[in-house]
Write a new protein. Structure first.
Length: 320
């Protein structure tokens, strides 16, 4: 039998430890399951410099879009749970399992929650020369002319679309849905008057309302957005149960060590608390920062999945 010297043992231990040391200095990958230019991509790139500083490794944003966000999400769900890969996604995450029955992963089982970054209310807006001053005007017009009133959204089965499905069910109206591939395309057709109105996050709608090319007339948040302080919520307008906010959340592959999750949560919180980042989130994304714990995100997502999944199933909605 070969006799192991103390030096040989120490040398072998050093070799075994080397990959772990290199892993600590490797780049950290944040997957955004949507194309560049959207709000999710913007949020990821906004926090990346602060994360690089606090985590001690370069943070790389990887856009993997397609199939309502499921392609990029699937890549994270199947990644090694080593603290090097993370998912920063949008509210449509809550509808994936209901929208895509053959989803190749289980969002609840294969991903661990890290942080709910924040939310921004969905808003209804139209070209200023359209006859809508309030949500009541929309309901009355839809009742008078079933299917004649059209609305755009950022896609079939998105939270904006599902909110309008709930609105039609509650008010017993019928409207025509025009799904777009992005908020920018929906804005363009609304400004041009090709669609009567659109529903989008305040981040997408507010700049055009501020410039006067769109007029907002309803917001679906739990309270009035400071930038739209004169605009009532739909609950204040008399319609209950229609609260809807866009939101951004961070997840990790299931089994990622809890200390790595805690470290990422803390780094996100510190990065989002920087004055420049906080101001941009509030003024540009119109976000209400939450910066939750992992447990709080898990509870929140369970509620969102139950609420919006039921709307998808009851109305037999499928992804584009």
């Amino acid at each position: 039998m070969t006799r192991l010297t103390r030096r040989a043992v120490l040398g072998a231990a050093a070799i075994l430890a080397a990959p772990a040391v290199r892993a600590q200095g490797a780049s950290i990958r944040i997957v955004v399951p949507f194309a560049p230019g959207g709000s999710t991509d913007a949020v990821a790139r906004l926090v990346a410099p602060g994360l690089t500083q606090r985590l001690g490794a370069p943070v790389v944003i990887e856009n993997r879009s397609g199939a309502a966000g499921s392609i990029g999400t699937d890549a994270v769900a199947k990644a090694r749970p080593d603290g090097q890969t993370w998912l920063l996604t949008f509210d449509s995450h809550a509808t994936l399992a209901a929208l895509i029955p053959q989803l190749p992963f289980n969002p609840d089982r294969d991903l661990d929650p890290v942080m709910l970054i924040g939310g921004a209310p969905y808003v209804l807006a139209s070209k200023p020369d359209k006859p809508f001053q309030s949500i009541t005007d929309v309901v009355n017009a839809a009742r008078a002319r079933p299917d004649a009133v059209s609305f755009g959204s950022t896609g079939n089965g998105t939270i904006g679309h599902l909110t309008m499905v709930l609105l039609q069910g509650q008010t017993r109206t019928r409207m025509t849905h025009l799904p777009y591939r992005s908020g920018g395309l929906a804005v363009n057709d609304t400004v041009a008057g090709h669609v009567d109105m659109m529903i989008g996050s305040a981040a997408v709608v507010h700049p055009h309302a501020r410039s006067g090319t769109l007029r907002t007339f309803a917001q679906f948040g739990p309270q009035r957005l400071p930038a739209l302080a004169d605009l009532p919520t739909v609950a204040q307008a008399g319609l209950q149960g229609l609260e809807a906010e866009a939101w951004w959340g961070v997840f990790a592959p299931h089994g990622t060590p809890q200390d790595a999750v805690a470290r990422m949560n803390a780094a996100l919180k510190e990065s989002l608390s920087e004055e420049r980042v906080r101001t941009t989130m509030q003024d540009v994304q119109q976000a209400r920062l939450i910066m939750s714990s992992p447990t709080e995100l898990g509870t929140f997502v369970q509620r969102e999945v139950a609420k919006w999944g039921a709307v998808v199933r009851e109305n037999n909605i499928r992804a584009d």
